[in-house]
Write a protein that binds this ligand. Structure first.
Ligand SMILES: Nc1ncnc2c1ncn2[C@@H]1O[C@H](COP(=O)(O)OP(=O)(O)OP(=O)(O)O)[C@@H](O)[C@H]1O
Length: 608
């Protein structure tokens, strides 16, 4: 039996992956090398699993079937000999073959192009270092914003001052850090510094846009920025006119780039760049390879791009692990190249120096210290244990108890038993609310998160059961108070994968699905006109990325599953603002913490 047939028989390929291989075979009159067909099918399957391509030395990362994989060298040679596979030089555009092999990686041509164009775009932005002139004039304001900046890099602001100073002399900057490490607070101060710098030099204020991959993440970013700018306004010695120039709204990346109804391209691209001087993107770990490529190409020459994110979270659902790759290429960021350290001396004093390697060296700061202390929820010790995969510490933290954290050990069904009423009563309130904005606010109070979409513990079945309990088995599919989750991007509606809505019946009993946005703060749609959607009382951790909820119930499956990883657990628990409940067994928690949600990508080497 051929390897392709063996994979198909084991259920390791989707019909569409197999169809791609078959169409190549047919076009060749049946004579294509089986190894080329398998590679084509794997490249297609890889993208569906979030990888950019297949590492030919480690095909099991894409497909864990029990087969003997071809040896990487002979496999690569067979691919090189095939008319379906291009072998582009690094940085050269792909020739029109459906597959490309480069540096031991096999790609579908389109994804290799996204990677190449993204790397070129990031290098272009990084190379345009802003003029460091005028830093002296800014130092009084800088010292007011970061009074401990000159204490050295171990100053107890956890790196915020260094991030802000670097933003003044870098056009590409990554600010990474866990929840509450002050990413938004720092960026607000950076924007204030850029506004002040322009004012002191007699220039117009910079044109700034804030964006995030989902509507909810954009709203959260705007809320945090408004709070941070209110604090600045209240501080002594900060010019109110500078505060007035701070942005107070954020949009989705799709809206920023300008969607064109029913087309996968945007109004802004390399030929029609964004009319902006500064683009700040929050939740960058959620941005996939195609979208990051399109964003970077639309950033005009000379403009700044600042990416904020938490690299320990799950990578984007769609292909690419873009933030992790850029972070790896940029290095730790504790030390700076000598010239940069020297130019920032007026602001930071002495900074450790390191020889920068690669075009992105010294373009990243990792914020270390968490500031969001809540007496109600002491999440940090558990989040740290999960992030580092320390299963013993995680079990200890869960069992000993932390403020706001409840461990329901071995509970596999939170919709049964004592927890059922606690969950349902919050959702029943939604069925009583009449105001869509209030209902959307209430919707963010509680979420049941699960690792799986299908099966008894998957989001689909849990939603069915919750909806049955709330509105009965004969329910109206769009009953008053039902929560909806959009599962595809619709440029026509301005609704995107991950957006949450609530159904309400108007005075005439007509159902309307309400979503955040629009000039009134909410937008209503007839449910029949909505793009693909599902219920949202329970949702997968993947879909919850970029959102926070007052109370999170996390349900792990009875048995280990491939989707479980330390990144999934870390992402899930850090969605909670006030209260976290974890329903899981020790063996499944341990198995999850032993696994990484890493993605196969060639972006890091392209950026070195
Ligand atoms: N240097 C600081 N000193 C005191 N408080 C701070 C400092 N930096 C941030 N904070 C506070 O910590 C909280 C979280 O800050 P912020 O929202 O900027 O973090 P974040 O990293 O953007 O969070 P998230 O991960 O939720 O996006 C805010 O209440 C903010 O006021």
């Amino acid at each position: 039996m051929s390897l392709l047939d063996a994979l198909l028989r084991q259920g390791a390929l989707r019909p569409i992956d197999h169809a791609l291989a078959q169409s190549l075979r047919r076009l060749d009159g049946g004579g294509t090398d089986d190894r080329v067909l398998v590679a084509a099918a794997l490249a297609s399957s890889a993208v569906a699993q979030g990888h950019a391509g297949v590492d030919l030395a480690r095909p099991h990362l894409v497909c864990d079937a029990a087969v003997d994989w071809p040896d990487a060298d002979t496999w690569t040679q067979a691919l090189r000999d095939s008319r379906w596979v291009a072998q582009p030089q690094a940085d050269a555009a792909s020739v029109p073959a459906p597959l490309a092999v480069e540096q031991g990686m096999l790609y579908l041509r389109r994804y290799r192009e996204y990677e190449r164009r993204l790397a070129a775009g990031l290098r272009r932005i990084a190379a345009a270092a802003p003029d460091g002139a005028g830093l002296d004039a800014l130092s009084p304001l800088f010292a007011r914003l970061f009074p401990r900046a000159r204490d050295g890099t171990t100053a107890d602001d956890g790196g915020q001052a260094r991030a802000a100073a670097l933003a003044l002399v870098r056009s590409l900057l990554l600010v990474t850090g866990g929840p509450g490490t002050g990413k938004t607070t720092t960026i607000t101060r950076v924007l204030l510094l850029l506004i002040a710098q322009a004012a002191l030099a007699g220039r117009a204020p910079p044109r700034i846009a804030l964006a995030a991959p989902t509507g909810r993440a954009a709203e959260r970013m705007a809320e945090s920025l408004r709070a941070a700018s209110a604090r600045l306004r209240a501080s002594d010695g900060i010019d109110a006119a500078w505060c007035d120039a701070l942005p107070d709204a954020a949009s989705t990346l799709h809206r920023l780039l300008g969607t064109i109804p029913d087309r996968p391209v945007f109004r802004h691209d390399g030929n029609h760049p964004l009319p902006l001087d500064v683009v700040v993107v929050d939740e960058a770990s959620m941005v996939d390879l195609p979208l990051m490529c399109k964003l970077v190409e639309a950033v005009p020459d000379g403009a700044r791009l600042i990416l904020l994110g938490d690299r320990d979270q799950l990578p984007s659902v769609e292909a690419g692990d873009v933030l992790a790759a850029i972070t790896d290429a940029a290095g730790e960021g504790e030390a700076l190249p000598a010239a940069v350290a020297q130019s920032l001396a007026p602001l930071l004093g002495d900074v450790p120096i390191a020889a920068g390697r690669g075009p992105l060296a010294g373009h990243r700061v990792q914020l270390q210290r968490g500031y969001r202390q809540s007496a109600a929820l002491d999440l940090a010790p558990l989040a740290d244990a999960l992030r580092s995969g320390d299963a013993d510490a995680a079990m200890r933290r869960l069992r000993e108890g932390l403020a706001g954290v409840r461990f329901h050990e071995d509970v596999a069904d939170p919709l049964a038993g004592a927890s059922r009423d606690a969950l349902l009563s919050s959702w029943r309130t939604l069925m009583e609310l009449r105001d869509p904005a209030l209902a959307l606010q209430h919707a963010a109070r509680l979420r049941l998160l699960t690792a799986l979409r299908d099966g008894a513990q998957g989001a689909n079945v849990l939603n069915q059961r919750i909806e049955d309990a709330l509105a009965g088995p004969q329910r109206d599919p769009y009953f008053h108070g039902r929560l909806l989750l959009i599962t595809e991007n619709s440029y026509r509606h301005g609704l995107f994968n991950g957006d949450i809505g609530v159904c309400q019946h108007d005075a005439a009993g007509i159902p309307v699905a309400w979503f955040a946005g629009g000039s009134d703060g909410v937008r209503g749609f007839h449910p029949a006109s909505l793009p693909a959607h599902t219920g949202a009382f329970a949702m997968t951790v993947h879909k919850a990325q970029g959102s926070e909820f007052d109370t999170v119930w996390l349900l792990l499956p009875r048995q280990d599953a491939r989707t479980l990883s330390r990144e999934l657990l870390y992402t899930a628990v850090t969605r909670a603002r006030c209260e976290l409940h974890v329903c899981a067994s020790e063996p499944v928690l341990r198995a999850a913490l032993a696994r990484h949600a890493a993605r196969v990508s060639g972006l890091a080497w392209r950026l070195r």
